[in-house]
Design a binder for this molecule. Structure first.
Ligand code: MRU
Length: 336
C-alpha cells in the first residue's frame, strides 16, 4: 500500500476515541510503536523528544494536544503555554495554537473539530503544493532532498517529499538522493523508508558527500521543506540546508523550498530574527545513545539553519509559486 498521505499505510498522527496516537518516529523504520496521549503536557514532551517532528506535523499535534486538555476540563492557557514551550523554531506550532485559542471557547467538541480541520487542511495544502512544485520539474530529473518532509512530517503526503511524489507520479523523476541528516538521521531512517514504500528510486548520501555528488553527477533540483519563512523569503530549515543551497548555487543546481502558508512568519523581517533551537550536545557526541566522542567532549547542536532568500529559486506553497522570493513576491502571494 502507498505511503502518500491520508491513504498511507501508516498514520503519524491519529485522533482515536478522544486520544491522540503518535507513531514514535524515534524508532522508525525498524520498530513501529504507537504511543497514546491524553494531556497537553505529555504531548509537549512528545514534540520535544522528537516522537513527532516536522513543522506541519508539530502544528497539527499541538492542536490536538490543546483539544485534549479541553476534553479533560483543564486550564487552556496553561495548555497553550506548555505546548508553545516544546520547540521554538517551527512557526506552525504557534500558528496552530493561536488558531485554537482564537476560537475563544473551552468547548471540547468545538476544539476537537478545529484540530481535525487543521489536520485535514494540511493534507489538502500538501496535495496542492505538490502539484504546483511538480509543474516546474522537467522529465528525467534527479532530485536531492534533506531531512524528512513526507507523510511523517506533515498531516499527510508531504511538502518537499510531496513535490517529489507528485513529480514521480507524473513520470518525471529518475532518481532521488536523500541526505542522511545527522544527528537524528531523518533522511536515512524516515525519507528512505517513505520513498522505498512508494518504490521511488532513492540512494542515501552522507551529508558530507553532497559537494562531490553535485560536482560529479547531474542533479537538477535540491528540494527541501521549511520550519519558518520570514517576510523577505529567508528560510529556516533542518541544519545542513544552508550548506546545500550554497553548494547548489556554485554548481548551477535549482533550489526549491516547499511549505504551506502556515510556515510563513510575516512578523519577522529576516531570517536573522528566527529563534534557532539548540538541542542537547549528547545528540552529537553519541549516535542513538551509543557514545562516539571522548567522554566529556563539548559539541554544538543547532537543529536548524537559515538559508537567505537569494539562494532560493522558488518557494512552492498551496497558494502558488513564489519565484525568486523577496519581500515583494512573498507579500504578493500571501495577500491572495
Ligand atoms: O527537527 P525536525 O525533524 O522537526 O526538522 C524537520 C525539518 O527541518 C523539515 O524540513 C521541516 O520541518 C519541514 S517538514 C515538512
Amino acid at each position: 500500500m502507498s505511503a502518500t498521505g491520508h491513504h498511507a499505510s501508516f498514520h503519524a498522527i491519529e485522533w482515536h476515541h478522544q486520544t491522540l496516537r503518535l507513531l514514535d518516529q524515534r524508532v522508525l523504520p525498524h520498530e513501529h510503536k504507537v504511543l497514546e496521549y491524553t494531556t497537553a503536557a505529555d504531548v509537549a514532551d512528545a514534540i520535544r523528544a522528537m516522537v513527532v517532528r516536522g513543522a506541519p506535523a508539530i502544528g497539527v499535534t499541538a492542536a490536538y494536544g490543546y483539544a485534549l486538555d479541553a476534553l479533560a476540563g483543564r486550564d487552556l492557557q496553561q495548555a497553550y503555554k506548555v505546548l508553545a514551550e516544546s520547540r521554538p523554531t517551527a512557526v506552525n506550532l504557534f500558528w496552530a495554537l493561536e488558531r485554537m485559542a482564537s476560537l475563544g471557547t473551552s468547548d471540547a467538541h468545538a476544539l476537537v473539530a478545529e484540530a481535525r480541520r487543521i489536520h485535514e487542511e494540511d493534507i489538502q495544502a500538501n496535495l496542492t503544493m505538490g502539484q504546483f512544485g511538480a509543474s516546474l520539474i522537467n522529465d528525467n530529473s534527479v532530485i536531492y532532498t534533506h531531512c524528512n518532509t513526507g507523510a511523517l512530517a506533515t498531516g499527510g503526503h508531504g511538502t518537499a517529499l510531496g513535490v517529489i511524489r507528485s513529480a514521480w507520479a507524473d513520470g518525471k523523476v529518475t532518481q532521488v538522493y536523500a541526505g542522511e541528516t545527522r544527528p537524528w538521521l531523518q533522511g536515512a531512517r524516515l525519507t528512505a523508508w517513505e520513498l522505498m514504500q512508494d518504490k521511488i528510486p532513492v540512494s542515501l548520501v552522507c551529508d558530507s558527500a553532497a559537494a562531490q555528488l553535485f560536482r560529479r553527477e547531474k542533479i537538477d533540483w535540491v528540494i527541501v521543506g521549511a520550519d519558518r519563512i520570514t517576510a523577505n523569503g529567508d528560510v529556516a530549515n533542518k541544519i545542513g540546508t544552508y550548506s546545500l543551497a550554497v553548494l547548489a548555487k556554485h554548481h548551477g543546481i535549482n533550489v526549491m523550498v516547499v511549505a504551506p502558508t502556515t510556515t510563513f512568519d510575516l512578523s519577522l523581517a529576516s531570517g536573522d530574527d528566527i529563534p534557532i533551537e539548540q538541542r542537547p550536545q549528547e545528540e552529537v557526541t553519541s549516535v542513538f545513545g551509543h557514545p562516539v566522542a571522548p567522554h566529556g567532549c563539548a559539541a554544538i547542536n543547532p537543529s536548524f539553519d537559515v538559508t537567505p532568500a537569494g539562494l532560493i529559486d522558488v518557494i512552492a506553497t498551496e497558494k502558488g509559486l513564489i519565484m525568486q522570493p523577496d519581500a515583494e513576491s512573498v507579500a504578493l502571494l500571501l495577500s491572495r
